[in-house]
Design a protein around this ligand. Structure first.
Ligand SMILES: [Zn+2]
Length: 70
């Protein structure tokens, strides 16, 4: 006697395509890991991009830290 297994409980995924790995994004040149004192970043070290006036912009929350404070 052949047992019929409904398709809804049949194991799946064995032949599922492997998801492509996430692309590695190079950090922007000049990026520095600086402490961000906003509540959003909770004083954690986040990547900051340099501004033309010497300030640093947090890439996580977008807050600009004025030059000379870091
Ligand atoms: Zn931040």
């Amino acid at each position: 006697m052949k047992l019929h297994i409904p398709s809804v409980i049949r194991p799946r995924g064995r032949h599922r395509a492997t998801p492509a790995p996430a692309a590695f994004v190079d950090p922007q040149p000049g990026t520095r890991w600086l402490r961000c004192d906003t509540t959003t970043c909770a004083h954690l070290t986040r990547p900051h991009t340099p501004e033309p006036d010497g300030a640093w912009t947090c890439t996580s929350c977008g807050t600009t830290t004025p030059a000379g404070t870091q």
